[in-house]
Design a protein around this ligand. Structure first.
Ligand code: NAD
Length: 469
């Protein structure tokens, strides 16, 4: 029976391996991690990540051919294929700080693989890594291998949090990059056979290693660029009286553009877009491509601008000060259907409002109180330009509540920062009655019916929409 081991039991490692186990009864899958609490949670009924459908998939195969363990070395040693799905965050210090990917976790995983292996293995880059990382990994593996053959493949993950199970079950494509040698081609075929258990052949794409590595960065850069493009357009809509939803609808009807991913918002978040574009910027700079680097930097800068613009709109609408005013924050996760808050736009918006001395009452259906308080206390990276958002948390400025009506009671304003479906159907008349007047709603995700809320009496701001008459 083939054995697969995945190092890193996070948002990617957990769901991707559960999907392999679900579809491949003839393969044993072990997901390993150095973080014992995470592994304990994977082995419990309270999984460490919230993802629709994930519970059922894990329940179907855990203990059968899916195992979660902290015994990293044992499972790596036994595996035929080792996926590495460790975190690759932005480097905080030293060369490339604030832009380059921090490959510390990857390097330590590679060294460990080399040390404990006694049989040939295929090592798969599942994490998002800079183009040419495989070259460095090969050097580390081969230096220590004592005659053992390692084949490196790039198999970047394209799942989106919130729809991970659906994305994994029916992927747009599975990408496998490898060396164009006979052994490299054989390794590609082996991994193809794994995915072929449930993915149609025409959706499994193979290519050279560097193209596969770069494709993941390119995909995230283009997705983020699309959001920044529509967000830039939203500012122009507000200035001119156009409605960004109408503009996006018209534009999306063009089959060359298409309708998806054209929603204006307070800004993108998540662990990937920001770090992958910064990484791309760094790679361009390292290759002397300053103009190209500057082009991609703009995508991040527009995103920062959009968040700052939102904060400015809130403060200026509320008579130029929010000092001492209660503001309800509805939604803190970076998108709906996830509890993930990494790089969430809500973090910067909350910090901006705290900076103006607002009193925030935060509600999110999936993010814990501890997580929100931790996020708001964390110092942010200072990139090329200062963000002036570095605030340490003063607890009297923030409360986290478990009910949206408690969050909004007595508030001067409501900011919707995550597009949770439940925010569309709240009892806004009840909310209006319980709030200070005038009562403001700032919809950072365009989820509410602006006209309905205006009829109730709210003063409404919705990103990219004509302002309250
Ligand atoms: P994560 O932080 O949720 O998980 C990474 C895990 O790796 C952690 O649990 C950590 O403890 C573990 N780890 C680190 N070093 C280890 C080691 N030496 N041995 C064993 N375990 C170790 O990260 P994630 O969101 O799953 O992302 C993983 C990678 O996948 C990143 O490169 C990311 O860019 C990429 N990716 C993420 C997404 C996403 O939506 N989250 C989508 C596509 C790709």
């Amino acid at each position: 029976m083939m054995k697969i081991c995945c190092i890193g039991a996070g948002y990617v490692g957990g769901p991707t391996m559960a999907m392999i186990a679900l579809n491949c009864h003839d393969i044993d899958v072990a997901v390993v991690d150095i973080a014992a609490p995470r592994i304990n949670a994977w082995n419990s009924s309270n999984l460490p990540i919230f993802e629709p459908g994930l519970d059922d998939v894990v329940k179907a195969c855990r203990g059968r051919n899916l195992f979660f363990s902290t015994d990293v070395e044992k499972h790596v040693a036994e595996a035929d294929i080792v996926f590495v799905s460790v975190n690759t965050p932005t480097k905080l210090r030293g060369l490339g700080a604030g832009k380059a990917a921090d490959l510390t976790y990857w390097e330590s995983a590679a060294r460990m693989i080399a040390d404990v292996s006694t049989t040939d293995k295929i090592v798969v880059e599942k994490s998002t890594v800079p183009v040419k990382t495989a070259e460095a990994i090969e050097k580390i593996l081969n230096h220590n291998s004592n005659g053992i053959q390692f084949q490196i493949l790039s198999n970047p993950e394209f799942l989106a949090e919130g729809t991970a199970i659906e994305d994994l079950m029916k992927p747009d494509r599975v990408l496998i990059g490898g060396r164009e040698t006979p052994d490299g081609k054989k390794a590609i075929e082996t991994l193809k056979d794994v995915y072929a258990h449930w993915v149609p052949a025409d959706r499994i794409i193979t290519m050279n290693l560097w193209s596969a590595e770069l494709s993941k960065l390119a995909a995230n850069a283009l997705l983020a660029q699309r959001i920044s493009s529509v967000n830039a357009m939203s500012a122009l809509c507000e200035a001119t009286g156009a409605d960004v939803s109408e503009v996006a609808y018209a534009v999306g009807k063009d089959s060359r553009i298409g309708p998806r991913f054209l929603n204006a918002s307070v800004g993108y978040g998540g662990s990937c877009f920001q770090k992958d574009i910064l990484n791309l910027v760094y790679i361009c700079e390292c290759n002397g491509l300053t103009e190209v680097a500057n082009y991609w930097k703009q995508v991040v800068q527009i995103n920062d601008y959009q968040k700052a613009r939102f904060v400015k709109r809130v403060v200026s609408s509320m008579f130029n000060t929010v000092s001492g005013k209660k503001i309800a924050i509805l939604g803190f996760a970076f998108k709906k259907d996830t509890g993930d808050t990494r790089e969430t736009a809500a973090m910067d918006v909350c910090r901006g409002l705290i900076g103006d001395k607002a009193q925030l009452s935060i509600y999110d259906p999936q993010v814990t109180r501890e997580q929100i308080l931790r996020d708001l206390a964390v110092d942010k990276l200072d990139w090329d330009h200062p963000r002036h958002l570095q605030q340490s948390l003063n607890s009297k400025h923030v409360s986290v509540v478990s009910d949206p009506y408690e969050a909004t009671k007595g508030a001067h304003g409501v900011c919707i920062l995550t597009e949770w479906d439940e925010f569309k159907t709240l009892e806004y008349e009840r909310i209006y009655k319980s709030m200070q007047k005038p009562a403001f709603v700032f919809d950072g995700r365009n989820v509410i019916d602006v006209n309905e809320l205006r009829k109730i009496g709210f003063i409404v701001y919705s990103v990219g929409k004509p302002l309250d008459p």
